[in-house]
Ligand binder design. Structure first.
Ligand code: DX5
Ligand code: ZN
Length: 223
């Protein structure tokens, strides 16, 4: 399958969000990556469902909502109502992960689980069949514009192996420090979805950067 590009709106211009949404709507991007932070699970606060609802009104592409919050089970229905098509919770924030995954699916959203850089992929072996997506954090969550942690590459390979062995169609999304300089290596390791915040919105021509990220490996199928 052709990989997906999900620009992270955390890096957009909040004085004129509509302009950035218009750009992404017209671009070759596939999804919007939407980072929700609570100042508890991560040391930063972004925005909640009220803002996601407005993003939904501006977006013509699916919202991929990444919940970096404690007790995400309390808010899953709210984010679904606000317009999330994909809802991702953190492994580290879910003592009853199996139940939380089912809860996401019951809302009709696609279910994702995110792993922090220190969390091994093997911890997902008992739930992988239930997951539409695994998000591997390639920076410590909380802020945009950080440097890609290289150990993510072997984690992608391990996860790809697990998905192949279990014969599931789970997507692998990579989040943090992704740009034109490392996207090809990430895709070759087995990823399907690239989140890109500062490398897109901080570039001179964001829609061209999206097109370039989308065009990588055009004629090759890696996974
Ligand atoms: C980090 C967020 C990322 C962030 C990525 O906590 O989960 O989605 O927006 O930003 P860049 O692409 O700038 O590293
Ligand atoms: Zn994210």
């Amino acid at each position: 399958m052709k990989h997906l590009i999900a620009p992270s709106v955390l890096a957009a211009n909040y004085r004129n969000l509509q302009a950035d949404f218009d750009m992404v709507n017209r671009s070759e991007a596939d999804w919007y990556h939407v980072d929700v932070m609570d100042g508890r699970f991560v040391p930063n606060i972004s925005f909640g469902m009220f803002i996601v609802e407005f993003m939904k009104k501006m977006a013509t592409k699916p919202l991929d909502v990444h919940l970096m919050i404690l007790e995400p089970e309390k808010y899953i229905e709210d984010f679904r109502k606000a317009g999330a098509e994909v809802i991702t919770v953190h492994y580290e924030a879910c003592p009853h992960l199996h139940r939380t995954i089912q809860q996401i699916k019951e809302t009709g959203a696609k279910a994702g689980v995110a792993l922090n850089p220190h969390t091994p992929v093997s911890l997902l072996s008992e739930v992988i069949e239930d997951l539409d997506m695994v998000l591997l954090m390639s920076v410590n969550p909380g802020f945009g514009g950080q440097k890609f942690i290289y150990n993510t590459i072997p984690k992608i390979q391990q996860l790809r192996e697990m998905i192949t062995t279990k014969n599931t169609s789970t997507l692998i999304e990579i989040d943090g420090g992704v740009g034109l300089q490392n996207a090809e290596e990430i895709l070759r390791a087995g990823a399907n979805v690239l989140v890109a915040g500062s490398s897109v919105f901080g570039s001179a021509n964001p829609s061209e950067t999206i097109a370039k990220l989308k065009a990588i490996g055009k004629d090759e199928v890696w996974v």
